[in-house]
Design a protein around this ligand. Structure first.
Ligand code: DX5
Ligand code: ZN
Length: 217
């Protein structure tokens, strides 16, 4: 089953609970929460208090994407705030293997994200430790950017490594996903589609979720 994970980054933050409940009712599978520190990425979004508040208003799994330097410092607090999946950036970790096992030690699914310029081969030493790999298809930091076409090939090669090694991690694609490219992305190997602007940036986010779900089957 393909997973649709709307990103609240494009939601109306003054009506967050209401907007989340609407996409949940419409069939969203996960909720994607983008945490930005103004250091690893040029933007600042929100932290643990907002994750905790969202945890209280939805039963959807929370897919927390940490765009922060040295994320090992915050694994415990985001786990305690209610994350189910915690995804850290390869580029932000000196001790990536240790940080992955910190996440797993808290009983969470462990994800690693890679920026558009990072080859999937950089993940090979830790692939067997992962529950999820997030391929960034925009430069992280902002919603509503255009999909970078060269990342499509990265999906296909990651799916091939997964098959060759008999692994079962999920492949997530994050950035510029919309109704036009969704099918091609799942065909190339994506299991989880993150959608910010194409869900919460639309006049009717629930209708957008239904369109994605109809398309993905
Ligand atoms: C970007 C974030 C994305 C963002 C996606 O740094 O990681 O999750 O919300 O937004 P769209 O779907 O609008 O590109
Ligand atoms: Zn994200």
């Amino acid at each position: 089953m393909k997973i649709l994970a709307p990103s609240v980054l494009s939601a109306d933050f003054s009506r967050l609970a209401e907007q989340i409940q609407k996409v949940e009712e419409a069939g969203a599978d996960w909720l994607h929460l983008d945490v930005m520190d103004g250091n690893f990425v040029p933007n600042i979004s929100f932290g643990q208090p907002v994750v905790r508040a969202i945890r209280a208003v939805t039963s959807l799994p929370l897919d927390v994407h940490l765009m922060i330097e040295d994320p090992g410092r915050y694994v415990d607090s985001f786990a305690d705030a209610g994350a189910q999946t915690l995804t850290i950036h390869l580029e932000a970790c000196i001790h990536l293997h240790r940080n992955i096992h910190q996440i797993k030690g808290k009983g969470l699914s462990a994800g690693v994200a890679i920026n558009p310029h990072t080859p999937v081969e950089a993940l090979l030493p830790v692939l067997g430790d992962l529950d999820l790999v997030c391929i960034m298809s925009v430069n992280p930091g902002f919603g509503g950017q255009s999909f970078i076409p060269s990342t499509m090939q990265k999906l296909a090669s990651l799916a091939k490594y997964r098959q060759l090694q008999g692994l079962a991690f999920r492949i997530e694609i994050d950035g510029g996903v919309d109704l036009h490219n969704a099918r091609a992305l799942t065909e190339a190997g994506a299991d989880v589609l993150v959608a910010g602007n194409s869900v919460f940036g639309q006049p009717d986010p629930a209708a957008a979720v239904r369109s994605f779900k109809a398309l993905l089957g």
